[in-house]
Write a protein of this length. Structure first.
Lengths: 303, 358
């Protein structure tokens, strides 16, 4: 029972990271029709900027303040990078979806390679407050404390995004744009501003996921963003492109399935990749049964 | 115009066949004379990837199918030949036949599943299947795939004409033969009437359905043809390299194929071939260029990015998408009249494709 609890919480922690990445991807796709391959770069930049600022603030005490400050800088860097990418690379290719996807592919490759060139392909250890490395015992299970941080971060982002979409003017524009972009433009509303906004939101969430992935795995390496991105893609497709709710459900399902299959599979003699394989299988099954994903036929409902 | 291109192509082919006999210096473009084994191996790799890029272009450029799982079928050719000869102790020809059979059946099964969805969802399902293959290789079942180390082919199992430094020229000719076959098959497939349907699917799938044709059959045909030819490319590759490594199974490998195709020019007769050759050459030779005196004497902020081939190629790729939408071939064919046409097309393009995305 305690193992099951540990697996569940860990799976939720993993799912939380998937959600942070996938929510941005899903919003960007829903509004702009661009599948953003550069999202992995946002993750990498968030994680590496945090790691770098931890070194830069070396003299700062206590460790918690230093870490929070570095993480804030990391997220800010990711957000700024995402906004610049949208303004400089995506906007000039307005309405040419294939070209936009190709540009993000090139950017993803280039940023990964640049990270390797500057900081070598080896892992960089994440220095973090002791509390995060410690465990809390609940129901006999010793649960690493960082899982709570990941889960609550994802929950906060989910609530914030939903209320942003529901209660603000820009949220209304984004929701309407996902539904029917041409009509919103025809009503004289500048959708382009919403594009930059959505990209920046995606950048914030992805960079946050990058920081948390550093905490979760204890280190960062140049390919970490790409590895997480593949699972986030799967989450987006399972959840239904453009739907935040579907995205949240799918990320929890994928995170849990991966943990359970890895543990119980290896107990029954399956290889180490069984968790990842079952996620691929889940994707194939979902697409065959419901080609538009969990969130229904139109896949245009946000929030 | 067309005849001139054919003559130029035949002349290039004649020269390519003769390369192993031409012993001239390459002035630093390659590491040795034109017919040295090192140069021939680089050229063989260029040719193989030129061929594999053409198979990817059959999907992406001609049929309009954006697949992120093409690496899987290439890897089937690479890994099955390596595993069957080395781990299972099969004869060389049995291994080749087995890999070819799998290379035909696997895309037939996986293609019929993934083609039930279109657009981005298709890209994701193909990605997922390829990722499953990659994970399988990484998990090293029965110690067959060797995980990160890969498999080194037992050279005793290979035909003697394909082993050893002196026989590099035979491997080079094998790679050249592969490219010629791929080129011929794809040129024939594109010109055939199913090929016209494929290109019609790329332009407007719904209209093809309205005409009473079943797009699924043609898409599956393109998928199986492209995947099988990629699998054959994998078999040639494993012979040239002498082993299998897991990087050919990754999603990044498929993305590099996409980069090659766009670099050369999508949906054109020569584009993917030229793109594949140029990309592979750059990828093989950029590290040497990066360690050259000219780059090493640059200040650090310039030297560090330039020493990473993928960074340079990624940036070039972005620039091509922005400033050279037709790729290298598009640059050659850019006459004023055609340019006007393209502007018209790009102005009309989004309006007709709008609403078709899933």
């Amino acid at each position: 029972m305690s193992t099951f609890l540990l697996l569940t919480i860990t799976g939720l922690g993993l799912g939380a990271m998937y959600f942070l990445i996938a929510s941005g991807l899903s919003l960007i796709y829903g509004l702009m029709g661009v599948l953003n391959f550069a999202h992995g770069a946002f993750i990498t930049i968030g994680a590496y900027a945090t790691w770098r600022f931890m070194e830069a603030f070396a003299g700062l005490d206590p460790l918690v303040v230093r870490f929070l400050l570095a993480a804030a800088c990391g997220v800010a860097f990711g957000a700024a990078f995402a906004a610049i990418v949208e303004l400089v690379l995506i906007r000039p290719l307005y309405e040419r979806h294939i070209e936009q996807v190709l540009v993000t592919v090139g950017l993803g490759l280039a940023v990964t390679a640049l990270t390797e060139a500057i900081w070598t392909p080896t892992q960089k250890l994440f220095v973090m407050p002791h509390w995060l490395v410690d465990t809390t015992t609940i129901g006999g299970a010793r649960i690493p404390n960082d899982r709570w941080v990941e889960i609550s971060a994802a929950a906060i982002v989910l609530v914030a995004l939903l209320s942003f979409l529901r209660f603000t003017r820009y949220g209304l524009i984004v929701r309407a744009g996902v539904e029917n972009r041409a009509m919103v433009t025809a009503l004289g509303i500048d959708v382009q501003k919403a594009f930059t906004l959505v990209f920046t939101i995606g950048g914030v969430a992805a960079a946050l996921a990058g920081v948390l992935s550093g905490v979760y795995f204890g280190s960062v390496d140049p390919l970490q963003g790409t590895r997480l991105l593949i699972f986030a893609f799967i989450v987006v497709v399972i959840g239904g492109l453009g739907s935040l709710g579907g995205c949240a459900v799918a990320s929890v399902a994928v995170g849990l399935l991966q943990q359970y299959a890895n543990y119980y599979g290896s107990q029954h003699g399956a290889g180490s990749g069984i968790g990842d394989l079952s996620v691929m299988l889940l994707l194939a099954v979902v697409l065959l049964v419901r080609p538009a994903g969990l969130a229904g036929v139109t896949a245009t409902r946000a929030g | 115009m067309r005849r001139a291109a054919a003559v130029a192509g035949l002349a290039a082919l004649g020269f390519a066949i003769a390369v192993p006999w031409i012993s001239i210096g390459t002035a630093g473009i390659f590491s040795g004379p034109l017919n040295s084994p090192g140069t021939l191996q680089v050229l063989a790799l260029c040719l193989i990837f030129g061929g594999v890029a053409m198979t990817y272009d059959l999907l992406f450029g001609f049929t309009g199918l954006l697949s992120f799982g093409h690496a899987l079928y290439f890897a089937v050719g690479v890994y099955l030949v390596a595993i069957a000869t080395t781990r299972w102790d099969w004869a060389f020809w049995q291994a080749i036949l087995f890999a070819a059979a799998v290379g035909l059946l696997l895309p037939l099964v996986l293609g019929s599943i993934s083609l039930r969805v279109g657009g981005i969802a298709f890209a994701m399902v193909t990605l997922a299947f390829a990722q499953a293959g990659s994970i399988l290789v990484d998990s090293n079942p029965h110690k067959w795939t060797g995980a990160e180390e890969g498999v080194t082919v037992a050279y005793q199992k290979l035909p003697t004409g394909l082993v050893g430094v002196l026989n590099t020229k035979n491997l080079y000719w094998l790679a050249l033969g592969y490219v010629v076959v791929v080129f011929a098959v794809i040129a024939w497939a594109v010109a055939s009437s199913p090929g016209h349907v494929m290109q019609a699917i790329r332009e407007n799938e719904r209209r093809v359905e309205v005409l009473g044709l079943r797009p699924f059959v043609y898409k599956l045909g393109a998928f199986v043809t492209a995947s099988f030819l990629a699998c054959c490319g994998g078999m040639v590759y494993v012979l040239v390299i002498g082993g299998a490594t897991p990087d050919v199974t990754t999603a990044n490998f498929t993305l590099t194929l996409l980069v090659m195709v766009v670099l050369g020019g999508t949906g054109t007769r020569w584009g993917a071939l030229i793109g594949g050759i140029v990309y592979t050459f750059a990828n093989q030779r950029l590290p040497a260029a990066a360690s050259s005196h000219a780059v090493q004497s640059l200040p650090g902020f310039l030297r560090t990015p330039l020493s990473e081939p993928l960074f340079v190629l990624g940036v070039i790729f972005i620039l091509i998408v922005f400033f050279l939408p037709g790729g290298i071939v598009g640059l050659a064919a850019r006459t004023p009249r055609r340019r006007g046409l393209r502007l018209l097309e790009s102005a009309a393009g989004p309006a007709t494709t709008e609403g078709e995305l899933p």
